[in-house]
Design a protein around this ligand. Structure first.
Ligand code: FAD
Length: 294
């Protein structure tokens, strides 16, 4: 019932013709919808971009440029501007380790297409989701997802049979299939860690000078109506774009455009409200105001 209300509201808001969206029993039908094949998207994006395969261990600002080093202190690249977009995996890097990201493990199960008879060939969402068929290696699969787990164990990358069962059971329930119709042992699993934030918004913008901010905004620890001692300063040429949670595909393109425009001093494609909502300093200001840092 709650969903019905939401769907009605959304239909009214979109006001799209039926060939784009129409109500269905317990849901909405988007006849033209599809699903990204992320490997192909990445291949296309990387086609004419220089791509260096290396793990960055340290970041240093030397002679007005950021220098990125691997674990053996080899210089991998240097640049006037860099954007951190390493998700959860780069959280131990200098400057990044103070950013409050919360990991959330997710697992999807790829079902061989021959086990997907009996339900629509399009993308269907129902709390979980099933995508249309796509080729993975020599076989055709449909992706069934996804799980959400906040308790992260050291072995988080290993497939979880519990999650596989949950993903598939939810699918069977939605399509009124008998329990265990779809074999659990024929799936290929994929797991990842979502980088999430406590306010569910990404973190996008210039990287702040944390020590300077702690001093400049210290009056907020007494009263947030007091004036800061100085304006907040930023680390020249260092930017961050992370915390996309489960919506990287939707939100990363506009955020990337925002940062590119900011760096190039072009008009921004987002308004002041969005800049503030995404700002990397918002958590630190809250922590200072609540006396959680000194
Ligand atoms: C199971 C699951 C299902 C999902 N489904 C959807 C979905 O349907 N739609 C959607 O929009 N989003 C989905 N997401 C979320 C989506 O995957 C993320 O929002 C997105 O990947 C975030 O992109 P990112 O580039 O910020 O981080 P990531 O994709 O995590 O990429 C970070 C990259 O940085 C690299 N890196 C990190 N540290 C270093 C270092 N020190 N040196 C060099 N490289 C480094 C990593 O190796 C990685 O390649 C899903 C996530 C999961 C786990």
């Amino acid at each position: 019932m709650a969903d019905e209300g939401r769907h009605k509201k959304l239909l009214g808001y979109l006001n799209w013709p039926d060939e784009w969206v129409s109500p269905r029993e317990n849901g909405l039908h988007f006849p033209k919808s599809g699903a990204y094949e992320t490997n192909k998207v990445l291949d296309d994006l990387n086609e004419d971009q220089p791509y260096i395969h290396a793990t960055i261990h340290d970041i240093k600002y030397i002679n007005s440029e950021w220098h990125l080093f691997d674990i053996n202190a080899n210089l991998i690249i240097k640049a006037e501007n860099i954007i951190y977009c390493g998700g959860m995996a780069g959280c131990n890097l200098p400057f990044i380790n103070d950013i409050p990201l919360v990991p959330n493990r997710g697992q999807i199960d790829l079902l061989p297409v021959e086990h997907c008879e009996g339900f629509a060939a399009t993308t269907v969402t129902y709390g979980g989701y099933i995508t249309p068929a796509s080729q993975v290696g020599s076989h055709t699969y449909r992706a069934c997802g996804a799980s959400f787990t906040r308790q992260i164990k050291d072995n988080w990358q290993e497939p979880s049979h519990f999650d596989t069962n949950k993903n598939i059971a939810r699918l069977e329930t939605h399509f009124h299939l008998d329990e265990m119709t779809i074999p659990r042992d024929k799936t290929i699993t994929w797991t990842g860690l979502r980088a999430t934030t406590i306010d569910h918004l990404p973190i996008v913008g210039p990287m702040l000078d944390r020590q300077q901010w702690l001093h400049a905004f210290s009056p907020f620890g007494k009263d947030t109506r007091l004036k800061p001692l100085a304006a907040g300063e930023y680390l020249r040429g260092l930017y961050i774009m992370t915390g996309f949670g489960s919506k990287g595909m939707q939100n990363a393109p506009i955020c990337a455009e925002y940062l590119a425009s900011l760096i190039a001093s072009h008009p921004l494609p987002v308004g002041k409200g969005e800049v503030k909502a995404l700002h990397p300093g918002r958590f630190l200001i809250k922590d200072i105001s609540r006396n959680k840092v000194s």
